[in-house]
Design a protein. Structure first.
Length: 173
């Protein structure tokens, strides 16, 4: 049996077979946690968190949000965000994700912090940014792009959204 949790809509592990010997993985409690383990060679798969960027983009006193065209949170409004690719700086990933999802060019203006949680396999590196150019248009992973006053945001879908917004508003990031 493979571990396949969907925490916050993010799949934590879809590995079904041992990367060393090819045997089907089972779940065992090791080091006080359930972990995918190979019954053949004993290899333990440690599931490391994935790093994603989130960017609070300001434009004319409002925040740029995207309506997600992909899961998790399909159809919901959220901050531009996405995974950091291997070999890519976190800052470059933030700029790339905003451009891909919104068509906007940005300048990062601050680092709000890292956000993580016990029940979420994704660690978020959160930045603030200002628009420097481009044309606001929904990218492939977005159904729409919109501007919202910080105090009039739609219901946000992810566990850390409220804390991120609060930190941004108060400058506590």
């Amino acid at each position: 049996m493979a571990v396949n949790d969907a925490l916050g809509g993010h799949v934590t592990n879809d590995i079904k077979f041992c990367q060393r010997c090819g045997e089907r993985l089972i779940t065992e409690t090791l080091h006080d946690r359930e972990r995918p383990t190979c019954p053949g060679c004993g290899h333990i798969v440690f599931l490391d968190p994935k790093l994603a960027v989130v960017v609070l983009v300001s434009l004319n006193g409002k925040l740029v949000l995207v309506r997600r065209a992909i899961e998790p949170a399909l159809g919901r409004w959220s901050f531009p965000s996405g995974y950091v690719d291997r070999g890519e700086s976190v800052e470059d990933a933030a700029v790339r994700e905003v451009q891909e999802e919104t068509g906007l060019d940005i300048r990062l203006t601050g680092f709000l912090g890292l956000y993580s949680g016990r029940d979420n396999p994704v660690v978020l590196a959160v930045y603030s940014a200002d628009v420097t150019g481009g044309e606001m248009v929904a990218g492939v992973e977005a159904e729409d792009v919109g501007l919202y006053a910080p105090d009039e945001l739609p219901d946000m879908p992810f566990p850390h959204d409220e804390q991120i917004l609060s930190d941004w508003k108060t400058g506590n990031g």
